[in-house]
Design a protein around this ligand. Structure first.
Ligand code: ZN
Length: 81
Protein backbone atom coordinates (compact mmCIF):
# COMPACT_ATOMS: atom_id res chain seq x y z
CA UNK A 1 0.00 0.00 0.00
CA UNK A 2 1.20 3.49 -0.82
CA UNK A 3 0.72 6.75 1.00
CA UNK A 4 0.50 10.14 -0.62
CA UNK A 5 3.99 11.68 -0.71
CA UNK A 6 2.46 15.09 -0.12
CA UNK A 7 -0.08 14.60 2.71
CA UNK A 8 0.49 11.01 3.83
CA UNK A 9 -3.07 9.95 3.12
CA UNK A 10 -3.28 6.19 2.49
CA UNK A 11 -3.90 5.49 -1.17
CA UNK A 12 -6.26 2.58 -0.76
CA UNK A 13 -8.02 2.53 -4.06
CA UNK A 14 -7.88 3.93 -7.55
CA UNK A 15 -10.15 6.85 -6.69
CA UNK A 16 -7.67 8.14 -4.08
CA UNK A 17 -4.96 8.71 -6.69
CA UNK A 18 -4.42 11.86 -8.73
CA UNK A 19 -6.31 11.39 -12.01
CA UNK A 20 -7.34 7.98 -10.60
CA UNK A 21 -3.96 6.80 -11.87
CA UNK A 22 -2.38 4.23 -9.55
CA UNK A 23 1.07 5.01 -10.93
CA UNK A 24 0.90 8.46 -9.28
CA UNK A 25 2.61 9.03 -5.95
CA UNK A 26 0.11 11.51 -4.61
CA UNK A 27 -3.61 11.78 -3.91
CA UNK A 28 -6.51 13.43 -5.61
CA UNK A 29 -6.55 16.24 -2.98
CA UNK A 30 -2.92 17.16 -3.57
CA UNK A 31 -3.23 17.31 -7.33
CA UNK A 32 -4.57 19.88 -9.74
CA UNK A 33 -7.17 19.02 -12.34
CA UNK A 34 -4.39 18.31 -14.86
CA UNK A 35 -2.91 15.74 -12.46
CA UNK A 36 0.18 17.72 -11.46
CA UNK A 37 1.16 18.06 -7.82
CA UNK A 38 0.02 21.25 -6.11
CA UNK A 39 2.61 23.66 -4.75
CA UNK A 40 3.96 23.57 -1.21
CA UNK A 41 1.87 26.62 -0.29
CA UNK A 42 -1.33 25.20 -1.76
CA UNK A 43 -0.97 21.90 0.05
CA UNK A 44 0.02 23.63 3.27
CA UNK A 45 -3.04 25.86 3.10
CA UNK A 46 -5.47 23.03 2.50
CA UNK A 47 -3.94 20.94 5.29
CA UNK A 48 -4.21 23.88 7.70
CA UNK A 49 -7.90 24.31 6.86
CA UNK A 50 -8.49 20.61 7.32
CA UNK A 51 -6.72 20.50 10.68
CA UNK A 52 -8.57 23.55 11.99
CA UNK A 53 -11.87 21.95 11.04
CA UNK A 54 -11.15 18.49 12.41
CA UNK A 55 -9.17 19.36 15.55
CA UNK A 56 -10.64 22.69 16.59
CA UNK A 57 -7.27 24.45 16.72
CA UNK A 58 -6.27 28.03 16.17
CA UNK A 59 -4.66 28.85 12.86
CA UNK A 60 -1.27 29.22 14.51
CA UNK A 61 -1.48 25.83 16.23
CA UNK A 62 -2.69 24.22 13.05
CA UNK A 63 0.09 25.77 10.99
CA UNK A 64 2.76 24.56 13.41
CA UNK A 65 1.40 21.02 13.31
CA UNK A 66 1.11 21.02 9.55
CA UNK A 67 4.68 22.20 9.09
CA UNK A 68 5.96 19.45 11.39
CA UNK A 69 3.99 16.89 9.41
CA UNK A 70 5.08 18.24 6.03
CA UNK A 71 8.73 18.14 7.04
CA UNK A 72 8.50 14.35 7.16
CA UNK A 73 6.86 13.94 3.78
CA UNK A 74 8.94 13.03 0.73
CA UNK A 75 7.33 15.64 -1.52
CA UNK A 76 8.32 18.55 0.72
CA UNK A 77 11.46 17.64 2.57
CA UNK A 78 13.49 19.91 0.29
CA UNK A 79 11.34 22.86 1.36
CA UNK A 80 12.86 22.67 4.83
CA UNK A 81 16.49 23.63 4.92
ZN1 ZN B 1 -2.19 14.00 -0.70
Amino acid sequence: MKNCISCNMPLNNKLDFALNDEAKEYCIYCSRSDGSLKSFEEVKESMIKYVIKTHDLTRKEAEEGVLIAMKKLPAWKNNFK
